[in-house]
Design a protein around this ligand. Structure first.
Ligand SMILES: [Ca+2]
Ligand SMILES: [Ca+2]
Length: 317
């Protein structure tokens, strides 16, 4: 349980209300973590193809001014010659932009040697090949070099941190996992609601739904609750858990938004969790009831004990 709480704090520190210079966040006040998806998505977009196009924008701002005396209005035309074609050309993780013979930008695999050296062990990641990579940059660069091969297709980022022995998950432990995760999802949403002063954490629709949970006096507050209490609360206040479970699915189902979670879409939630919660992999494997490698909304909801009649696609949005 302590591990779970630690995980929440780790995430909380990163994003929940991204600290600004004007408004320092006092970490001790945080009771639950941020939505991990918002925290980590950028690190795991291994299979998400970025449209490799050049956005011709604001040339005068990015060009190299050929002459100090040149008027700004003349700059655009002249600067096209000087503009770096890679400047607005985005490549997916593991690739970098290079210019071809005709000065056109293209994405090529990054040489792992060009990745920044990791600051510490915490930057290491473990691949599904059970190999430790120095950083996610090294991992994705390696994966890119294997593109088109069976090995490359099967290689995914498994979890954050160096590879280590992950204890087998016992059946009773597997049953506990959704109890705590469900409670956590609810608490994350309530905290987002409380902190959403700028209206950018939740949509109006989502806010209305969370408001009901927030104002419900029977709500079990965030804390280190026993599994018995969590189970009892789920039984008594089942309705409060329906939206949080749907909401998390919606946060993950982004590439593409199709009602299914791929391995990559699930990664932002799985990868930080696996080293601390040894049942994570078993849990998500079990969720994929038909074993098609994708977790459908129905499978997801079922994993968290949501009844079939309460599964609602509209709640995901
Ligand atoms: Ca999807
Ligand atoms: Ca499935």
């Amino acid at each position: 349980m302590r591990v779970w709480i630690f995980f929440l704090f780790c995430l909380a520190g990163k994003t929940l209300a991204a600290p600004t210079e004007e408004e320092p966040v006092v970490e001790e006040e945080l009771e639950v973590g941020a939505n991990p998806v918002q925290v980590e998505t950028g690190e795991f977009d291994e299979a998400i193809e970025v449209v490799e196009d050049v956005i011709a924008e604001n040339l005068s701002a990015v060009c190299i001014m050929p002459s100090v005396a040149m008027q700004e209005r003349d700059c655009d035309n002249v600067c096209r010659l000087y503009r770096n074609p890679c400047l607005n050309h985005h490549c997916k993780k593991g690739k970098v932009c290079e210019v071809d013979d005709s000065n056109q930008p293209m994405c090529v695999c990054q040489d792992p040697l060009t990745c920044p050296a990791p600051v510490g062990d915490f930057e290491h990641v473990c691949g599904t090949d059970n190999k430790t990579y120095e950083s996610s940059c090294h991992f994705f660069a390696t994966k890119c070099s294997l593109e088109g091969t069976k090995k490359g297709h099967k290689l995914h980022l498994d979890y954050i941190g160096p590879c280590k022995h992950i204890a087998a998950c016992m059946d009773n432990e597997l049953n506990e996992f959704p109890l705590r995760m469900r409670d956590w999802l609810k608490n994350v949403l309530v905290t987002l609601y409380e902190r959403d002063e700028d209206n950018n954490l939740l949509t109006e629709k989502q806010k209305l739904r969370v408001k009901k949970i927030y104002e419900n006096e029977k709500r079990l507050g965030a804390g280190d609750h026993s599994l018995d209490l969590l189970a009892l609360d789920f039984e008594k206040n089942y309705n409060m858990y329906i939206f949080p479970v749907h909401w998390q699915f919606g946060q993950l189902d982004q590439h593409p938004v199709d009602g299914f979670l791929s391995h990559t879409e699930l990664a932002p939630l799985r990868a930080p969790l696996i080293p601390m919660e040894h049942c994570t992999t078993s849990f998500f494997e079990q969720c994929d009831a038909d074993q098609d490698k994708y977790i459908a909304l129905e499978e997801w909801a079922n994993c968290f004990g949501i009844k079939e009649q309460d599964i609602d696609k509209d709640l995901v949005i």
